[in-house]
Design a protein around this ligand. Structure first.
Ligand code: PEP
Ligand code: MG
Length: 764
């Protein structure tokens, strides 16, 4: 069997580099390259298949197959051996191709003469670009050396494709990163935004995939690895990290940075003729492919570590990255694979929109994006590979669509939509100082949810009557260590100052589940959403909760204090938490500090158990706030972070409305004020139904107050209640359809009504 030496490999890559450097057109270059590869690999056939679109591969150049098949032969992803290589991201090495599983005969290519087949994916950082194939008559498997050599060639082709080397007259290949692309994702925060792409992790461009001087490349790699190791050691500064779990994770990270296997593989890639950068990318691509198919979560995590290290190494080698001080474009739309809450808070309100490849509706990033009121679309698959910094992008956070480099007609339609929304906002602004009074004369109190100082200006702009839910965890999530009492007290005081006497309900720290504080030890839990979170943490780790309560009491300075506890699941928890507030007030009194002028202590109802709590719970709570996001997930046993199950259950499901009605009735029996502060309060139809079953206070995102008020002011709650009751009697599963058709009719007569689209926003 033929053995290939490193020097043969290097010679081949140098010939490819020369082909890249010459002035020929894209197609000519591709043709030339296939003949160089076939010649060097001593195979009769070499073909390059590239993606026309995400699902279709096209034969773009060949040495050995019928030339007339070029740009004619196409296959879908997964179809035939070529399609399978592309789909799996793995090589296929077959001595007898026609007898190999998945083979599909393409008569126009004339390939029936060739028995052996070796296909390797052309991919860059896990992004599929195409497939490189060699074939020969002789029925033989290719040796490991030959496979490796072809992988190295494919890596260079990937870099060449990325650099646009195959674009031009007759190539029938379009330049990358220039065409409009539509990404369909999931809405995590509604809103629309137009702006320019700002990549959280900028793409590193490798302009020299082939080594000029192998030894020099190895020195560069060794030096870069040394720099990387120092930076990782600094970052970890193990002495400071006392948490055992965190230490373990970070030690693994360090282990990778010092891994000999990793370095050895990259050095071998360089020996074969790749530059240091291309070698790093080759190993990163392999890791990403493994990552995609890894079933084991632990293994996937480790692969992520390796991916992250490779990115750092590339930045060191190329000098590209954030450190180069590139300026954010105007109206930046952040594009990232994923992002943590702290990093998002660092960007703050400078962002116009956020698009992520991963993420979840209930994730930290979504919590922060919501607090910042920045449209957020998640699950925009592959957008980080497609988008370039500065690209024109439009984020439709109503439909979950992201238009990258949109065509003119899309731009026009999108701008019309934004203009219509702005008009609707103007209409809502007119309502700002009017009460949310229905046609039947009932007034609903509309307050806003907040979590940052920056939210407070919305109090005036939105017409909110106060803050119904101030999520205090964002300051904890954004910090690198537990915030200090004095800092928190100052912040809470500023929140109250900004509210100008309007009520603010502070919710104590709600961490755990998906809200993980990096500096707080957390046990591994099989079901974190059902685990040690919120008040459970507060009651077990009293120090932090006491400190927070002291900060709240000190912030009030003779003003009223309203505080509520998240995730109360039984009476004792509320009593215990309430007693802590009493103790802290007593302590402040002893210390001679100012006390709140009035103290109201409430509980969030987020678990179905509290709907059935003893009457004394409702008597002892000064108020109750229904946390519909959690309540709904526990009622339907459907994870709020899991899009697949979350969307199955409608808030207007009769069972859920019955539960809400029961809580409202129980509060009415004891005269306990009750509000609803989950996301659903901000959806006009849901808000209307809640009002119809007796809720008189709703807390929502500031931007929702206008649309909700606009609808409430045009309906009769008695009539809505009748529609709901009839649907219940008819044994329907959900009241949505009858309520929406009743509304459509009722509003049709109302000439002041905006398009129904504004009333029925898509479920987010
Ligand atoms: C809720 O669960 O409805 C709620 C308001 O709390 P959070 O979304 O912060 O869990
Ligand atoms: Mg909650």
């Amino acid at each position: 069997m033929p053995q290939r030496t490193d020097s043969e490999s290097r010679k081949l890559l140098q010939r490819l580099r020369d082909a890249l450097a010459d002035k020929s057109e894209g197609q000519e270059r591709l043709d030339h390259i296939t003949s160089i590869i076939a010649d060097s690999m001593q195979t009769e056939v070499c073909s390059i298949y590239l993606f026309r679109d995400a699902e279709t591969l096209e034969l773009c150049a060949t040495e050995g197959l019928n030339p007339a098949a070029v740009h004619q032969t196409r296959m879908r992803l997964g179809e035939g051996l070529v399609g399978r290589v592309a789909r799996l991201g793995r090589n296929i090495n077959a001595a007898n191709a026609p007898a190999t599983r998945g083979f599909r005969y393409m008569p126009e290519t004339g390939e029936e003469k060739y028995s052996s087949f070796l296909g390797v994916p052309i991919q860059r950082l896990g992004e599929r670009l195409g497939v490189l194939v060699v074939q020969s008559r002789e029925a033989r498997g290719f040796t490991d050396d030959e496979v490796y050599a072809l992988e190295v060639v494919a890596m260079v082709l990937a870099e060449m494709t990325e650099l646009g080397a195959f674009v031009g007259e007759g190539a029938a290949l379009s330049a990358r990163h220039q065409h409009p692309v539509l990404f369909r994702g999931t809405v995590a925060q509604e809103g629309t935004a137009e702006g320019r792409v700002w990549l959280h992790e900028p793409r590193v461009v490798v302009t020299n995939p082939v080594a000029e001087d192998t030894e020099a490349e190895k020195v560069r790699l060794t030096e870069a690895i040394a720099t990387l190791r120092v930076s990782v050691d600094d970052m970890l500064d193990v002495a400071r990290i006392t948490d055992k779990d965190q230490r373990e994770v970070l030690e693994t990270y360090r282990m990778f940075a010092h891994s000999r296997g990793w370095l050895k593989r990259m050095r071998e890639d360089i020996d074969r003729g790749l530059s240091a950068e291309a070698a790093v990318e080759k190993e990163q691509s392999t890791a990403r492919t493994r990552l995609q198919s890894a079933p084991d979560a632990y293994f996937r995590e480790r692969m992520h570590d390796l991916d992250d290290l490779s990115r750092r190494l590339l930045r060191i080698l190329t000098g590209q990255g954030r450190e180069t001080g590139a300026d954010m474009p105007p109206d930046p739309i952040l594009v990232a694979r994923n992002i943590g809450p702290g990093e998002l808070l660092d960007y703050g309100r400078s962002l116009k929109g956020i698009v992520l490849e991963q993420g979840a509706v209930g994730s930290h990033a979504a919590v922060v994006a919501r607090a910042l009121a920045i449209p957020l679309v998640i699950h925009a698959e592959n957008i980080t590979a497609e988008a370039l910094n500065g690209d024109h992008v439009m984020v439709d956070g109503e439909q979950g669509n992201v238009h990258l480099r949109p065509e003119d007609n899309i731009v026009a339609a999108f701008r019309d939509k934004i203009a219509m929304q702005a008009k609707a906002q103007e209409r809502y602004a007119d309502l700002r100082d009017k009460p949310a009074s229905t046609l039947c004369g009932t007034t609903i109190q509309l307050t806003m949810n907040a979590g940052l100082m920056a939210d407070l200006p919305s109090l005036d702009g939105s017409g909110a009557e106060g803050v119904g839910l101030f999520r205090t965890e964002l300051q904890f999530l954004a910090n690198r260590s537990v915030p200090r009492r004095g800092d928190l007290a100052r912040l809470y005081a500023r929140v109250m100052d900004a509210a100008h006497g309007k009520p603010v309900v502070f919710r104590t720290l709600d961490i755990g589940s998906d809200k993980v504080l990096p500096y707080m030890k957390r046990p591994e839990e099989p079901n974190p959403a059902l685990g040690w979170r919120a008040i459970r943490v507060g009651l077990d780790k009293r120090g932090v909760m006491r400190m927070q309560l002291q900060a709240l009491i000190r912030a009030t300075q003779n003003r009223p204090l309203a505080v509520m506890f998240p995730f109360i699941a039984q009476l004792d928890e509320f009593r215990d938490a309430r007693a802590m507030v009493d103790d802290e007030i007593e302590r402040e009194r002893r210390l001679g500090h100012d006390l709140p002028s009035q103290v109201r202590i409430g509980a969030m109802v987020e678990t179905p158990s509290m709907a059935f709590a003893p009457r004394s719970f409702f008597e002892e709570a000064d108020f109750v706030s229904i946390g519909g996001n959690d309540l709904k997930q526990f009622f339907f046993a459907a994870d709020r972070e899991n899009e697949r199950v979350r969307r199955r259950y409608d808030t207007l499901n009769v069972s859920f409305l019955n539960l809400l009605a029961m809580i409202v009735d129980r509060c009415a029996e004891t005269g306990t004020p009750v509000s609803f502060c989950g996301e659903d309060a901000g959806r006009p139809v849901e808000a209307l139904c809640m009002a119809a079953i007796g809720l008189r206070a709703l807390s929502m995102r500031p931007a929702s107050i206008g649309p909700v008020k606009h609808l409430l002011r045009r309906i009769d709650l008695g009539a809505a209640r009748q529609v709901i009751d009839r649907a219940r009697q008819e044994g329907r599963q959900s009241v949505r359809a009858p309520v929406e058709s009743w509304l459509a009719e009722a509003l049709a007569a109302d000439t002041a009504a905006p398009a129904l689209a504004g009333v029925f926003p898509p479920e987010g």
